[in-house]
Design a binder for this molecule. Sequence first.
Ligand SMILES: *Cc1c(COP(=O)(O)O)cnc(C)c1O
Length: 399
Amino acid sequence: MSSTLAVRGGEPVRTRPYPTWPTSDNATAEAVGQVLASGKWGSTHGEVVATFEAEFAEYQQAAHGICVCNGTLALAAALRAVGVGVGDEVIVPPYTFIASAAAVTFVGAIPVFADIEEHSHLLSPAAAEAAITERTKAIMPVHIAGRPCDMDAFVELGQRRGLAIIEDAAQAAGAEWKGRRVGAIGDVGTFSFQTSKNMSAGEGGACVTNSPDIAGRLYAAANVGRVPGGGWYQHDHLGYNLRLTEFQAAILREQLRQHPSLQAVRAANGTLLRSLLGSVEGVALPSEDPSVTAHGWHLFLLRLPSIGGVERKKEFTSALQAEGVPCSPGYDGLHRNPALLEEVEALCKRLGQPVPVAEVPVSERLSEDTIWLPQNVLLGSEDDIRDAAAAIEKVARGI
Ligand SMILES: *Cc1c(COP(=O)(O)O)cnc(C)c1O
């Protein structure tokens, strides 16, 4: 193998593509065709969304499941359902997709950033506790990459301080903390079925909860304020219309059916890639945690602790892409996002509340040195994974 990086004109480690995502099959085409032929395209008339809701809730070991149109608005609905409103503060990690914090502002509340843990990239329970003020109403642990947060600590903290725990499980379908699937370990959890996610209908989302009260409010939030079994023009609450179509639910039922076997492939490949990268100089991996009894494997995170800043990190991912391996430089800390800062400042000013100050050194450091491979890389063969490891090692040496 040529040691000259492909980005500098050398031979790439790989020219064959990695598996694409999403995938479909005849059963999926048939299920979508059945909805089309039925003429019942919306969940107000068909039964496919309701069926999927029950199946998905059971899969996540939750009593109730409510589908919505995406993961972003699933968060807004969940926030409303636990009573978060204007001027309340919600503690969120900065190392996450923008929706986690943006949704907080959609209900007029203030996202307050607390730092993440160095070994896991996940919200630190201690940092979250330190960020609590008299305005705090909820904490949002985000299961980044599909790795569950320390849910023992967050559930205990929520109970002790009287705060709602909202799990952003957009990346964590099927993931488990100590044998329990994520989503309904806290008060409410949210999922995304956007194209890249491990279960996808192009777009879509869901909330799960064990509380019948929260489930009722989620139903209303997603169905223009209606109550289950109530009249068409009976709006006991005010709500959005967040409904999923029957077409999406038909796809999702098939995605759910395939999820366990695809997860087994991702898990085996994720474990193999970890072992192959374990001894590569310049690469550091997140810790292993026996409490994580199932990883969601949405992203394969790796750190380059001595890479020397964001620009160099981006050079690394460009070089790795040139070797034929899909990868991303990943998130920038949300606490630096100008649109979010501006919105929070404007909200706080109107409310006469202090603008929260984010002190998140671990998040800053990890945003500068963490890259990821997307989940479709983990759907490949053992040889595909060996190529990915070889390419990472080549770039780590040569960059
Ligand atoms: C994808 C994602 C969301 C948003 O979901 P959409 O369906 O894209 O709106 C929220 N949080 C996290 C952590 C995500 O990865």
